[in-house]
Design a protein around this ligand. Structure first.
Ligand SMILES: Nc1ncnc2c1ncn2[C@@H]1O[C@H](COP(=O)(O)OP(=O)(O)OP(=O)(O)O)[C@@H](O)[C@H]1O
Length: 314
């Protein structure tokens, strides 16, 4: 848990505890636990029918759990809903529902009015509407009726409405489905920039190779159970050294104080160095011990392969 300036432990932005959801006799979510911190991008993935949308609906308070609880910034979303959702922005059913006869800006104005009326809500001015339309590259469409929007444009308008009130928690169900490659890049940049300013972001997706580039954590949900939570930042801190003797190289690397984890995969010795700046140090030590190094490069974690194995084992 991170600490605030006063030294008190910071509340998780999202906390899911022992969540169960049944439809009739069939269990859709079973004992799901999740913690997401401020500034974290958490990607939820899993096969079709795994329960991602159900989990997201339950986290946002749209569906009620059979058992367990969800807290947003410490408030229970099911028993203290309005206050828990005061800092929440969400697109749960993509693309979000809008009034087709109203323009994009008018639809955002409706959202702005609703969020102003919510507990703790503050006024959202026309400048902010223009700003989010520009951010989502919808300025050209701003005064057109939503019924004239393409699927991708409606998808982007959904994200615009979710970020309108500067949420501290942003939850997006498949935000990039239906978007073209530039639209996908746009959503990545917006999510990254919100997270950098302290917003916790949870999104569901099937696009593993994309999210591997900007998510901090990946939760793998299968058959209603969260079978793994992968910390991508620690996975990606590994470097591999192609050497003449991987076992001897591993022994040398293990002795270095900044090295956390070492393994071998012939012809490589792989080490978690804690950052690129340590690579020259590692090379110097290997060289001093007589190890010949032919190549040093980041050992990219293959999330797709990892996911495939986890889902097949589950
Ligand atoms: N209202 C409902 N009534 C009964 N069963 C439901 C209901 N909503 C979802 N389910 C079932 O719950 C399971 C999980 O569905 P959910 O939509 O949460 O999966 P998902 O992981 O989001 O799937 P996808 O990747 O296809 O979007 C499925 O078996 C689905 O049939």
């Amino acid at each position: 848990m991170t600490a605030t300036k006063q030294g008190a432990p910071a509340l998780p932005a999202v906390e899911v505890r022992g969540l169960y959801k049944k439809y009739g006799s069939s269990a859709v979510l079973e004992d799901v636990h999740m913690t997401v911190k401020a500034g974290e991008v958490y990607a939820l993935t899993g096969p079709n029918g795994a329960g991602k949308t159900t989990l997201i609906r339950t986290m946002t308070g749209l569906a009620f759990p059979t058992d367990g609880e969800v807290r947003l910034l410490g408030r229970d979303v099911h028993t203290d809903g309005p206050r828990a959702r005061a800092y929440l922005g969400a697109v749960v059913e993509a693309p979000a529902k809008f009034y087709p006869q109203l323009t994009g800006t008018q639809n955002l104005q409706v959202h702005a009015n609703l969020s102003t009326m919510a507990p703790g809500g503050r006024k959202i001015g026309r400048d902010r509407l223009r700003e989010v339309m520009a951010l989502l590259e919808l300025t050209r469409m701003a005064d057109r009726k939503v019924q004239e929007y393409s699927l991708g444009q409606r998808q982007r308008l959904g994200v615009a409405s979710a970020i309108l009130a500067d949420p501290k928690v942003l939850i997006l169900d498949e935000p990039t489905s239906g978007l073209d490659p530039l639209g996908i890049g746009l959503i990545h940049r917006i999510v990254t920039s919100l997270a950098t300013s302290g917003c916790a972001v949870i999104l569901s997706t099937h696009h593993l190779r994309e999210i591997a580039t900007y998510a901090h954590t990946v939760g793998i949900l299968t058959g209603g159970r969260l079978v793994d939570t992968v910390d991508l930042r620690s996975r990606q801190a590994a470097y591999r050294f192609r050497v003449d003797d991987p076992v001897a190289a591993a022994t040398v690397l293990e002795r270095l104080p900044f090295v956390r984890k070492v393994s071998t995969r012939t012809p490589y010795a792989i080490a978690h160095l804690g950052g690129e700046s340590r690579v020259p140090d590692a090379l110097a030590h290997l060289g001093a011990e007589g190890i010949r190094v032919f190549e040093a490069s980041p050992d990219h974690f293959d999330l797709y392969e990892y996911y495939r194995e986890r889902v097949e084992q589950a």
